[in-house]
Design a protein around this ligand. Structure first.
Ligand code: ARG
Length: 605
């Protein structure tokens, strides 16, 4: 983790090779796991292999690599913080002085605090699109998984050094939307429940009811058939009026859509999600018609309208693929209407050209994978270099074990119901465990823990896998859960609070760690030192799961340390102070990791 020592050593290797006229291949460094000492390692196999290829080899590659390692080692001299350097089987192993390394790890956390682990600016702009449910519905648990995944990813890319734009793209058009508007207007006109969530959920209820009304039943009486057909005709008429820009229908659309968006904004506020750019399907529809002409002109799309057909893109053929992969797709129907795909291509163009996005990430249901791959393929045909850096972060279905929740509406599990239930359960436990807390504080902590449990239960599972959400497991203080990690933060905090109350002076940095470190301290220091690499890996691979797993490992190391190593009871002031600093550093890194997962780090719980 310490590039300064690595850089000094690397410079020495370079000058040593330069002096001998040896062309040095780029060096790769890996950390040596602790075995009495920490260290880093690199090898000379690549350099030796390059020499062999250039016909300059006097010996087999492994022997030459070892010779080079020994040569470099011989000329290394002493380096501050390094205890010894070994040349073994072609590798150069550089070992650190243990106490010095421990001090550096802890000090660098305490010097950078909330910035510990932050990557240098990459000069690249990432757009993460997520939190984009369709309007005229309520926010369900699947939308929640989407939102928390997207937010964690955005926090990770931002912290890793990418300039990050958070975007949303709700679908606010189409038959589902019209169905809700029709049913509202027909059966509920003038009504409007009070409360943001109630209104959002009410639209869903209207939708479920309308769908039942429009559904053909078995053994329908002729009256029922007539009524159903009449409803169908009314809905069609409303669609037509919407398309024609009828002022009454447009106003109805605007008002009902706003109800959904208000609920969405309220939930995003709860989740501490701040979207930078809002795109709407209704706003992309117009521009998407214009790109159809452009794609025809460029020879990417084929216009079959003269033969009574549609405008299509034969993706596989244009890409020269022999096997079926992306298939042929319609981008403009014969009646002149666009499709979901057309809009996505138009939207991508806006992202590239108006927002100058280098990497474009889509957090979208795995079931839309083919659709997005088709869109990316058309963008490639169109010649956008960013098409190679479009990425679909798919996610699986979320369900609840049958009967676990009472408040079920339609077939949908609403996020708000699950969140309320989680907070309620935490509150019930806390009222027993911490009667001294004020009501307001208890409420706040219960929200932090309840929502943290939900977030972690989503983020700690591979995004492609389905989740059967188990509330009891998610809220448990043991195992791979949010509360388990939060509790490590709370324990660290309480040690530091007590130390303060006991009057122990806590020096900002600079404790020596010059005593025999226990295995729990070593494990904890090692975990802390891995944080920057975990940030980088999670961001580079677009995998919040990497950070979720790391946070657990770190919390686990802290809990073990907490049980095994006394801090405040230690007699030797030097050891006590070092451990207090280790606790402070742990608390900071746990908080940093939780923040990247969009989970709060409570001080008490
Ligand atoms: N609103 C869509 C849905 O709920 C998701 C949008 C996905 N993003 C996209 N660019 N297609 O299914």
């Amino acid at each position: 983790m310490f590039n300064d020592i690595q850089n000094v050593i690397e410079a020495k290797i370079r000058s040593c090779c330069a002096a001998e006229g040896i062309p040095l291949a780029p060096l790769k460094w890996t950390a040596i796991p602790y075995s009495g000492e920490w260290g880093i390692s690199t090898s000379f196999f690549q350099t030796a292999a390059d020499e062999a290829r250039a016909g300059r080899a006097g010996k087999p590659v492994p022997a030459r690599a070892q010779e080079l390692a020994e040569q470099v080692r011989g000329q290394m001299g002493s380096v501050e913080g390094v205890s010894r350097v070994d040349a073994v089987k072609g590798y150069l192993n550089v070992y650190f002085e243990t106490s010095d390394y421990a001090r550096r790890v802890v000090d660098s956390v305490l010097a950078s605090r909330a910035d510990f682990g932050r990557g240098a600016a990459r000069g690249e702009r990432v757009m993460v699109e997520y939190a984009q449910p369709n309007t005229h519905h309520s926010f369900h648990i699947g939308h929640y998984r989407n939102t928390i995944l997207g937010e964690a990813l955005a926090r990770l890319t931002e912290f890793a050094g990418f300039e990050t734009i958070r975007a949303s793209y709700p679908g606010d058009l189409g038959l589902g939307v019209i169905t809700v508007m029709w049913a509202y207007d027909r059966f509920y006109k003038g009504q409007e429940p009070a409360g943001v969530h109630e209104r959002g959920q009410w639209l869903l209820k209207i939708y479920v009811e309308a769908t039942a009304r429009l559904e053909k039943k078995e053994n329908e009486t002729s009256e029922e058939t007539a009524l159903r057909e009449q409803y169908e005709a009314e809905r069609r008429e409303m669609y037509r009026k919407y398309d024609a820009g009828d002022p009454y229908v447009r106003e109805l659309w605007r008002v009902t859509r706003e109800w959904s968006l208000e609920e969405l904004r309220e939930i995003l506020r709860m989740l501490d999600v701040k979207i930078d750019v809002w795109f709407f399907e209704s706003e992309v529809d117009g521009p998407s018609k214009a790109i159809v002409e452009e794609l025809i002109a460029k020879g990417i799309a084929d216009d079959e309208r003269p033969q009574g057909g549609a405008v299509i893109v034969k993706i596989d053929e244009k890409l020269g693929l022999k096997k079926e992969k992306y298939r042929t797709n319609v981008i403009l129907r014969s009646d002149g209407t666009t499709l979901y795909l057309t809009k996505d291509i138009a939207l991508a163009k806006v992202k590239f050209e108006q927002y100058h996005v280098d990497r474009s990430i889509y957090v979208v249901d795995v079931r839309q994978s083919l659709h997005l791959q088709q869109a990316f393929a058309i963008l490639r045909l169109w010649g956008f270099p960013q098409a190679e850096k479009c990425y679909h972060l798919g996610y699986g279905f979320v369900s609840l074990p049958e009967g676990a929740m009472s408040a079920r509406r339609g077939r949908v599990t609403l996020f708000k119901d699950v969140a309320d239930e989680a907070v309620r359960r935490v509150l019930a436990v806390e009222s027993e465990k911490a009667p001294e807390m004020s009501d307001a504080e208890r409420r706040q902590v219960a929200e932090q823990v309840g929502l943290g449990a939900l977030a972690y239960s989503m983020l700690s599972v591979d995004n492609n896998k389905d989740i059967v959400f188990d509330m009891d497991a998610a809220l448990s203080f043991d195992g791979r859960t949010g509360p388990y990690i939060q509790n490590a933060h709370v324990r660290a905090n309480s040690i530091l609070k007590k130390a303060q109350a006991m009057g122990y002076e806590a020096r900002a940095t600079g404790r020596a760690f010059d005593y025999e470190l226990t295995k729990h301290e070593i494990e904890l220091i090692e975990q802390i030192s891995k944080f920057p690499a975990a940030v980088e890996q999670a961001a580079n691979e677009y995998r919040p799961l990497v950070m979720a797993a790391y946070a657990y490992d770190l919390a686990n190391a802290f809990h073990s340390f907490y049980h095994a190593a006394p801090v405040l009871q230690v007699e030797e002031a030097g050891v006590r102070e070092s451990r207090l600093q280790l606790v402070a550093a742990s608390k900071q890194v746990i908080a940093n990791a939780l923040r990247l997962l969009d989970i709060q780090a409570p001080e008490v719980m």
